[in-house]
Design a protein around this ligand. Structure first.
Ligand SMILES: [Zn+2]
Length: 89
């Protein structure tokens, strides 16, 4: 089990904000797809974003379009801290 910081995201434009397709972990050199993150979470790993020292954990979330994706938990200050991260690439 481990905790990983998410530092940037790959998103699709299915909704106004889009949903997360993949994320980069701090120190990683390639994005991990949501399915890989789900597997990792199932193994007990936790993921978070850190916006100016404010840590927000990320959980599984089903986008209204039907895709499984990721979202910041309710304690996030913004609507979705993941959306505040830079895009990959
Ligand atoms: Zn979607």
């Amino acid at each position: 089990m481990a905790e990983y910081e998410i530092v940037c995201t790959v998103q699709t434009g299915c909704t106004a904000g889009g949903h997360i397709l993949a994320v980069c972990r701090g120190g990683a050199d390639h994005p991990m797809r949501v399915a890989e993150i789900y597997q990792s979470m199932d193994g007990g790993d936790r993921y978070f974003t850190d916006a100016g020292g404010l840590k927000a954990y990320v959980r599984k979330w089903a986008c209204p379009c039907g895709e499984g994706t990721l979202r910041s938990m309710a304690d996030a200050t913004l609507r979705n801290n993941l959306d505040s991260l830079p895009l990959c690439g």
